[in-house]
Design a protein around this ligand. Structure first.
Ligand code: MRU
Length: 347
């Protein structure tokens, strides 16, 4: 089952807000509904929102009433703006939308219908490539995992965060499929609990041994020597290797360094943004305080209590042992190695 797919002329995705209690699919009839699903996190995870936006562009083309190429490009431009504004931090969103826009332009298609067909094919390619890339990252990363290892993971980076298979949890999956006996400690990941709700659900499906941890327990298990490696995903990697990921990643990275534990991010090259020199330039999403005070409708405090809710933080590159990509593991100095992997070189 794919997280997001084209189904009979509409976009169909798993409702990640309903998991782990219910496995429900939602059908999105137009690109505005796709943008809304990205904003409210029906679909989340950098590669998954990229693929959703690609299908959103195909949907915009399909539903446009344009009869000329010029009108079509105008409609697509509007859809691109709406989709890109859905969430700011994961660069995969803008990457996918720009890829579809460029594809519509460079093909010099003679008719609006030709663009409709071309964009659907290209969106499908974005989705298919994502699965293939995840499997390559899984194989590259699994080489770092030893039989008997306990791995610490933050947020959710599995099949649900991608089209299928996963990034950091894709590495876990690949190691498990190689027959390695592994255990994963899953940070619950307050406030939206992607670790407890989604990653644990995925480990249940795969049969991988796991425990959910309160976010505050990661240091405790590092100090006890249980954690051999930390694997996380990324929403945007800057040219120097600084990267944004789910809030709490930075403190895990600092703890890992203090305890001499290797710390890796697993990210496809579509997550690398060479236009940004450092992580200080990455836009960080702030979400509503109700996610902190009333998670999934369950009040923890009176409604008027105050809270802040940054959705991501930036981990400086000095905490990273490496960045696992589909083109190999980029190592320091990242300003060199990232250019090479983005250019398609194997490292
Ligand atoms: O807010 P989310 O759930 O979209 O955040 C997801 C993460 O931070 C993931 O670690 C990241 O997108 C990589 S997913 C393969």
């Amino acid at each position: 089952m794919r997280t997001v797919e084209w189904h009979d002329g509409i976009v169909r995705m798993i409702d990640q807000k309903a998991l782990p209690w219910k496995t429900e699919m939602v059908d999105l009839p137009n690109y505005k509904a796709v943008a809304a699903a990205i904003t409210d996190m029906t679909v989340r995870g950098a590669p998954a929102i990229g693929a959703s936006a690609a299908f959103g562009m195909a949907l915009a083309a399909k539903q446009s009433s344009a009869t000329s190429v010029g009108e079509m490009m105008q409609d697509l431009g509007q859809a691109a703006d709406v989709l890109k504004a859905a969430r700011p931090t994961a660069v995969n969103l803008a990457w996918a939308v720009d890829r579809l826009m460029n594809f519509a332009q460079v093909g010099k298609y003679p008719t609006a219908d030709a663009i409709r067909e071309a964009l659907l094919n290209e969106a499908q390619r974005v989705a298919d490539e994502d699965v293939a890339i995840n499997k390559k990252m899984g194989a590259n990363g699994a080489a770092l995992i030893k039989d008997g290892d306990t791995i610490l993971h933050h947020c959710n980076t599995g099949a649900l965060a991608t089209v299928d298979y996963g990034t950091a949890l894709g590495v876990v999956r690949a190691a498990f499929e190689q027959g390695k006996k592994i255990h994963v400690l899953l940070d619950e990941t307050r406030p939206r609990l992607q670790g407890a709700r989604l990653s644990a659900w995925e480990m249940e499906q795969l049969g991988v041994s796991y425990d959910i941890l309160p976010d505050t327990a990661a240091g405790y298990y590092m100090q006890k020597g249980e954690i051999k490696i930390v694997l996380v995903g990324a929403d945007r990697v800057a040219a120097n290797g600084d990267f944004a990921n789910k809030i709490g990643t930075y403190q895990v990275a600092v703890l890992a360094k203090e305890n001499n534990i290797p710390f890796y991010t697993v990210a496809p090259t579509s997550t690398i943004d060479l236009n940004l020199a450092t992580g200080a330039e990455i836009p960080i999403e702030e979400r509503g305080k109700e996610e902190v005070l009333t998670p999934y409708g369950n009040p923890l405090t009176p409604e008027h209590f105050k809270a802040r809710n940054p959705a991501f933080d930036v981990t400086p590159h000095r905490y990273l042992s490496g960045i696992i990509t589909e083109n190999g593991i980029a190592r320091p100095p990242f300003s060199e190695s990232l250019k090479r992997v983005v250019a398609g070189e194997q490292v």
